[in-house]
Design a binder for this molecule. Structure first.
Ligand code: ALA
Length: 381
């Protein structure tokens, strides 16, 4: 049996519609969107705008123009953080952040002197709103947080942070890499000013796709400037969205695939996808807890997790166990620090890290049972 449990890194397989969309874009359309006026270019343009519209609908954004395409969530987060923060600004973040947030922040701390408060992990609340409120200073500019941990699957209280941000005139930036497509998301209800997403995980698109939702009226210093196909006589970047933040020919074959992925999710509904992944996660959690020496990294859940589960095994190296799962049982997972050393410190699993299983829409109960059995054989012999 071949089992793919590395969906938090990249989802696989994709719905057949995604492969078809990329292939037919490459064969039958092929042109640059938003540049020329011929039929192929117009079709490319239609596809990009359809993807924008579909994403706006899925994420609860009021306008298509508030969706900006980027390479992935990391690219979008860099665009947001580097477009907003200035020297001496103070930023509040969570203890569960991925390097996609921590590295840009640390880099800006080193280069520009921004100041950072990391709110300690709270096993009950995830991120304690009172601790956040207490850390706000005169120069606090934003709260940056992951929507769900890529290590433990824990969902953080983004709506609560949205209320705090709005009350105190702060900007809320949410890293939705693990939640877009995996969970119902409403950026307006959440109060997010910016919500970064990636195309290649739960949105079921190809790698090299992603974007940000940006609230109307919020202006970012441009992350990349160049040709947009609009106002070409001007040597300045257009000031309207999405062109203000998009330049150069995009990954249109990828966006065509992303459109197919997002349409698939919208039809299935994120609610039902979350429910399916929760069922698998709970079954895996129950199965693994019964094996001696296994330490799960997060509670079984009460609906407050996405389909990600991490654990360690007493006296065993996670990397070795991951290799054994791959070679002996055909099970693909990710081991180590998952690009999130801060999260592992907060969860008490630094520096060795954990073994992580992450579920997708196409995983089954039979695969979970097979994997639990494989772990039991590797540990108990
Ligand atoms: N951020 C991705 C992961 O968690 C790559 O594996």
């Amino acid at each position: 049996m071949e089992v793919y449990l590395d969906n938090a890194a990249t989802s696989w397989p994709k719905p057949p519609e995604v492969y078809v969309a990329v292939d037919s874009y490459m064969r039958d359309v092929g042109a640059s969107p938003g540049r020329s006026g011929h039929r192929q270019a117009m079709e490319a343009n239609r596809i990009v705008y359809a993807a924008r519209r579909e994403l706006a609908g899925l994420l609860g954004a009021p306008d298509d123009e508030n969706i900006i395409f980027t390479l992935n969530a990391t690219d979008g987060l860099n665009m947001a953080l580097k477009g907003i923060l200035q020297a001496e600004d103070h930023v509040i973040t969570s203890a569960l952040e991925h390097n996609a947030v921590m590295r840009p922040l640390m880099g800006m701390a080193d280069r520009m002197g921004i100041d950072l408060t990391v709110i300690p992990y709270d096993p009950i609340l995830g991120m304690d709103p009172e601790a956040v409120q207490k850390s706000i200073r005169k120069n606090t500019r934003c709260i940056v947080m992951t929507h769900a941990s890529n290590v433990s699957g824990r969902i953080l209280p983004a709506e609560e942070m949205g209320r705090i941000a709005r009350k105190n005139g702060l900007i809320l930036i949410v890293d939705g890499a693990q939640t877009a497509g995996a969970l119902p998301v409403d950026v307006q209800k959440m109060g997010a000013h910016i919500f970064a997403f990636t195309g290649h995980k739960s949105l079921l698109g190809p790698q090299g796709t992603g974007g940000i939702y940006i609230e109307r009226g919020l202006s970012l210093a441009p992350w990349r400037e160049g040709g947009t196909g609009s106002r070409s006589a001007s040597d300045r970047q257009p000031d309207f969205l999405p062109d203000a933040l998009e330049a150069g020919t995009p990954n249109t074959p990828g966006i065509a695939g992303l459109l197919a992925g997002v349409s698939f999710i919208s039809a299935k509904t994120p609610e039902s996808i979350h429910k399916h992944e929760q069922t698998l996660r709970e079954r895996m959690w129950i199965g693994l807890t019964a094996i001696p020496g296994v330490h799960l990294c997060a509670p079984i859940t009460g609906g407050d997790t996405v389909g990600v589960l991490s654990f360690s095994v007493e006296g065993m190296d996670p990397g070795q166990l991951g290799d054994d799962l791959d070679r002996q049982f055909g099970i693909a997972c990710r081991t180590g620090l998952h690009c999130a050393p801060h999260a592992h410190r907060a969860l008490g699993t630094y520096p060795d890290g954990t073994i992580r299983f992450s579920f997708g829409i196409f995983n089954t109960v039979a695969e979970v049972d097979y994997t639990v059995d494989a772990i039991r054989q590797l540990i108990c012999g």
